[in-house]
Unconditional design. Structure first.
Length: 170
């Protein structure tokens, strides 16, 4: 496993889709980009920026449930890719046992950010799907999500307001 840090949540300009950038802490500076959903990107951005929301978001609720059960999120691992879909595991410890729960990487990262838990990526994924981004360089085609998180959410709300059931018919 390779220990990584959340470098940023950005938006891919071509697809207007949020992307997690997980950068290895030591080594060559490889970064694994993972496309995620807008709600998850917003949740991660809120956590990294310390934004308080009037009611707990789903990831805040999960952290509260983990705490209420006397468990602890030890670490998360992005484990596999099938097609274009990544998979992750949450490694939790309780007073009586260790539990591994399957998760989407976006949810795993959102929980890790909230709990300060370490992030890891399986070795074979770091060798397979990584890019190199210099410290002072931006990834091509990506924009900082921290500045645009609210704009992305607003665009998504506008999309939901204008979508019709007929748009999904074949």
């Amino acid at each position: 496993m390779v220990r990584v840090q959340l470098r940023a949540v950005r938006v891919d300009l071509q697809s207007n889709t949020p992307v997690l950038l997980l950068e290895e802490e030591d080594g060559q500076g490889r970064t694994l980009p993972i496309f995620i959903g807008t709600p998850e990107a917003t949740s991660i951005a809120y956590a990294t920026q310390g934004v308080d929301v009037p009611r707990p978001l789903t990831h805040d609720l999960v952290v509260d449930i983990i705490d209420a059960l006397g468990a602890e999120l030890d670490f998360v691992v992005v484990t596999e890719i099938e097609g274009a879909t990544y998979f992750a595991d949450l490694h939790l410890s309780t007073p009586s046992e260790t539990v591994v729960v399957s998760s989407r990487p976006s949810d795993a990262v959102a929980l890790a950010v909230r709990t300060g838990s370490p992030l890891f990526v399986a070795d074979h994924l770091m060798e397979l799907d990584t890019v190199f981004i210099a410290e002072d360089e931006e990834a091509p085609g990506l924009v900082e999500d921290e500045v645009e998180a609210e704009e992305v959410v607003e665009e998504f709300r506008e999309f939901l307001d204008t979508i019709r059931p007929e748009d999904f018919s074949a």
